[in-house]
Write a protein that binds this ligand. Structure first.
Ligand SMILES: Nc1nc2c(ncn2[C@@H]2O[C@H](COP(=O)(O)OP(=O)(O)OP(=O)(O)O)[C@@H](O)[C@H]2O)c(=O)[nH]1
Ligand SMILES: [Mg+2]
Ligand SMILES: [Zn+2]
Length: 316
């Protein structure tokens, strides 16, 4: 039988067939995929072949094959092993939920996420959530960031999962597609899923006033079929997108506004650092490129890790 992985909790995988039956499955053998050293061999979104376990109850199965992935998105674990973890596969688009405060989302995090999405060729959308809580200054910050990212070509929507603002817009963007929600713990991923499909009634949590950060309410990725021909993958809060397996020369290509200028740099292998006659640095000086974007770029090149918050994925 063939099915799709909807949930994985360590050694068991919930697999749903085209007819809509679900089976709890284990894996048999090793699934080492070319070029990926991941901590999880099978991820939510994967298509797999499995056999029913006739010896037991015919209710559980054994996965014996994984189909080639169209794409996948990974994160790097924060522990020393720096192993990669596949968050989800075969997705059409990723929505990054951003909150300005409560908890804060920094541009360095947004930019690492966007680089990851570009590298894996997955459409990325920024959702600025909790606009119902923002004062004028914070709203101006949202407007500024939305302007910066729209200019580069990313869709940006200000939303409130609580009041329902612009939720219809998000729904129409999701129609007919497999979407993934990601972002720090506490930004409102599960609340947004609930706003879109109230019957799911996912667990959400108050964010700790003491630490001003999320509590890791969602503990594993899970895919849901929605009532309007769409699938959504809710994921645990993420601390950082380590930029995986990328050459220094490649990083600039995943900043679309840098890539567009590259041909005007004097050197065709320009890293946009200290080289003379660099079109990117020129644009930066003329305020045509956001300083925060350039800062993020340099940080990635220097291999600086973001280090704040714990990451629920690493508790697995
Ligand atoms: N005021 C307001 N609160 C919101 C909004 N969206 C989410 N929240 C609140 O933010 C808190 C965290 O929401 P969750 O949906 O649990 O966050 P999450 O991103 O799923 O967090 P993890 O599962 O830990 O990754 C909850 O108390 C929500 O009620 C919003 O648009 N406005
Ligand atoms: Mg959640
Ligand atoms: Zn350059």
């Amino acid at each position: 039988m063939t099915g799709r992985v909807y949930k994985s909790t360590g050694s068991w995988y919930t697999v749903k067939t085209e007819l809509g039956q679900t089976y709890e499955c284990r894996i048999k053998g090793k699934f080492r995929l070319k070029g990926i050293k991941s901590t999880n061999p099978i991820a939510v979104g994967d298509f797999v072949d499995f056999e029913l376990d006739t010896k037991s109850d015919n209710e559980t199965g054994v996965i014996n094959k994984i189909h080639d992935r169209d794409n996948y998105i990974v994160r790097k674990s924060v522990n020393l092993s720096k192993q990669t973890h596949i968050i989800a596969s075969n997705i059409d688009q990723v929505f990054l939920l951003v909150t300005i405060d409560n908890p804060p989302t920094f541009t360095s995090f947004i930019d690492r996420f966007l680089v990851t999405a570009e590298a894996y060729d997955i459409k990325a959308v920024l959702l600025f959530n909790k606009v119902d809580t923002y004062d004028q200054d914070t709203l101006n910050e949202v407007r500024y960031l939305a302007h910066v990212y729209r200019q580069i070509g990313y869709e940006c929507v200000g939303i409130s999962a609580k009041t329902g603002k612009n939720i219809d817009k998000v729904k129409s963007m999701m129609s007919g597609k497999v979407s993934m929600f990601t972002g720090h713990s506490g930004v409102g991923k599960s609340t947004l899923v609930n706003a879109i499909e109230p019957s799911l009634d996912l667990k959400t949590k108050e964010i700790s006033m003491q630490h001003m950060q999320g509590q890791h309410t969602t503990t594993f990725a899970e895919m849901f079929d929605l009532s309007f021909d769409a699938k959504i993958i809710d994921t645990p809060g993420i601390k950082g997108f380590g930029v995986v397996d990328m050459e220094r020369e490649e990083v600039g290509d995943y900043f679309p506004e840098f890539f567009a200028l590259k041909q005007d740099c004097k050197f065709n292998n320009c890293l946009h650092l200290e080289e003379p006659k660099c079109a990117v640095k020129n644009a930066l000086e003329n305020d045509e490129i956001a300083a925060s974007r350039y800062r993020s770029y340099v940080q990635i090149l220097e291999g600086e890790e973001e280090h704040y918050r714990t990451d629920n994925w690493d508790k697995e």
